[in-house]
Unconditional design. Structure first.
Length: 155
């Protein structure tokens, strides 16, 4: 299976989580990595990340956004950071799409993840075999700082 793994935003835990990503996400499949990063994170070692992950594309252009703070609906949220996250995800996806168009490469699966997440167990790729094309899967549970007990209250 050939998979595309899209990373967006901060890369501060890229080295610490490399083995986890390789053993629990990639699992020996052919994987191509794509990154959209923000250059304001100057303390993050982009060159070392590239040497380790060998991404097919890296976009480190500055992000210029309007002020979205008036749209914040949760006091603990940071509208600028949230918009940068979505902007980086979109940019990485667009770069991957251009790569596909230019090279003719096809992927069986596209995974969008963050470099600061840790997978407790390997992805079960057999679950993806029966899905229709263009299906989006979002894990249940710890969403927006809610624990499982709070999530069940919302259902």
């Amino acid at each position: 299976m050939r998979i595309a793994v899209i990373f967006s935003g901060r890369i501060d835990k890229y080295r610490e989580h490399y083995e986890n990503i390789m053993s629990r996400v990639v699992q020996g499949h052919e994987a191509h990595f794509f990154l959209s990063h923000s250059p304001e994170f100057v303390h993050e070692d982009l060159a070392d990340f590239c040497e380790l992950y060998q991404p097919k594309t890296v976009n480190n252009d500055p992000i210029v956004l309007d002020d979205f703070s008036k749209y914040t609906c949760h006091p603990q949220s940071n509208s600028h950071n949230m918009m940068c996250m979505w902007y980086n995800r979109r940019r990485a996806y667009q770069d991957m799409s251009r790569y596909i168009e230019e090279t003719g490469t096809q992927y069986d699966l596209v995974i969008n993840t963050r470099l600061d997440t840790y997978n407790d167990e390997p992805l079960n790729y057999h679950l993806f075999e029966c899905l229709d094309e263009n299906t989006i899967l979002v894990p249940e549970g710890y969403d927006w700082g809610r624990s499982e007990e709070h999530t069940s209250e919302l259902q």
